[in-house]
Design a protein around this ligand. Structure first.
Ligand code: SF4
Length: 95
């Protein structure tokens, strides 16, 4: 169903005929780590994620798996490393 609260017109699984079903009845703005991601979009003067309702939660344990600007990899010792995806790499994938 399409959102009619913050991200008006965006299809959302949390939207019901009774309103937004997400925590506190609305989405949360993006966090600093989202800066550079192509999924950010401005709604009502504030940046929100087009794919996820609570961006801060996507960064709690590792890098966000929806992010277009970084990629998480696991090294030999099992530690998660976050690598920025260069703009030129992204552009070449779109060709
Ligand atoms: S996809 Fe992930 S990194 Fe990108 S804006 Fe959404 S929560 Fe942030």
């Amino acid at each position: 169903m399409q959102c009619d609260t913050i991200k008006k017109g965006v299809e959302c699984t949390f939207m019901t005929s009774g309103g937004c079903n997400y925590k506190q009845g609305q989405c949360h703005p993006v966090v600093d780590k989202c800066e550079g991601c192509e999924r950010t979009h401005e709604f009502g003067g504030q940046l929100y994620c087009k794919s996820y309702a609570d961006p801060a939660m996507k960064w709690v344990h590792s890098a966000c798996n929806f992010a277009t600007h970084v990629q998480a990899t696991v090294d030999k010792s099992g530690r998660v490393k976050v690598n920025p995806i260069k703009a030129s790499k992204r552009a070449s994938k779109k060709r």
